[in-house]
Design a protein around this ligand. Structure first.
Ligand code: ZN
Length: 246
């Protein structure tokens, strides 16, 4: 479904942007949208404000791994590539519903190149070719110790915008999923976030090495919740940005 937004008047936009509660309004509206599954288009100032925040933004949602590359494998066999794709597709759908222009690096279980190195480069190239404003790669974590769980967001060291986006998504993961007190963290040597000049972040939605979290990550309702958390984090980041001309 394609949702269109009516143009808003400058006066109404100014009034909205001055409102200290703008972010709260946006988040409340996003909550209503996501909760309702967006069967129809509601009208009102919050919708206008949300459309304004996302207007003309090109957002790349990158489902990590795919095809020959399964990524991490959970204790009962859940494949990271499948979790990443399911969550990514839902993030993309939510963003499109509020007017963002979304580019997905993959929409099926396939790698983007025959070799891992080329696959990663292709993901960066897609963002560059699209003239993207934002790059979010969705991943799931795995470590030898099974007790660790919870989502965590990473950004390239030295990127203030990446840090802002990471912190917004991290806050959202904590409040929506209610399972983590982890903090957004800078990271070195991750090609996809370092190679791009735009804000680029890695969202690790949880740990496949934790049996309980693996079960959740394979569950479609939880995937929707995780996607919704990422979506809200992106909206929150844009709501905090100054808008040109105001
Ligand atoms: Zn991964």
């Amino acid at each position: 479904m394609k949702v269109k937004f009516a143009p808003i008047s400058l006066r109404s936009a100014r009034r909205l942007l001055r409102a200290r509660s703008l972010l709260a309004v946006l988040l409340a509206f996003a909550l209503v949208l996501a909760g309702a599954g967006v069967g129809r288009r509601p009208a009102g100032p919050a919708e206008d404000a949300l459309a304004l925040a996302l207007l003309g933004k090109v957002i790349v949602i990158d489902a990590g791994h795919g095809g020959f590359d399964p990524g991490a494998v959970g204790v009962t066999g859940t494949l990271e590539k499948d979790v990443n794709l399911a969550v990514s597709r839902r993030v993309a759908a939510l963003l499109r519903q509020v007017g963002a222009s979304v580019v997905e690096t993959r929409t099926e279980d396939a790698a983007l190149a025959a070799a891992k190195r080329d696959d990663i480069r292709r993901r960066v190239a897609i963002a560059e070719e699209a003239g993207a404003d934002l790059f979010v790669t969705i991943q799931a974590n795995s470590i030898p110790q099974p007790q660790y769980r919870g989502g965590q967001v990473f950004y390239a060291a030295g990127s203030a915008e990446g840090q802002g986006l990471s912190e917004s998504i991290q806050r959202s993961l904590a409040s929506v999923l209610q399972n983590t007190d982890r903090q957004a963290k800078s990271i070195q040597n991750i090609y996809v976030v370092n190679a791009l000049a735009i804000p680029a972040v890695v969202v690790e939605v949880g740990f496949l090495s934790n049996p309980e979290e693996e079960r959740l990550l394979a569950d479609s309702a939880y995937q929707q919740l995780a996607a919704y958390a990422v979506f809200l984090g992106i909206i929150g980041y844009y709501a905090d940005q100054p808008v040109a001309g105001f």
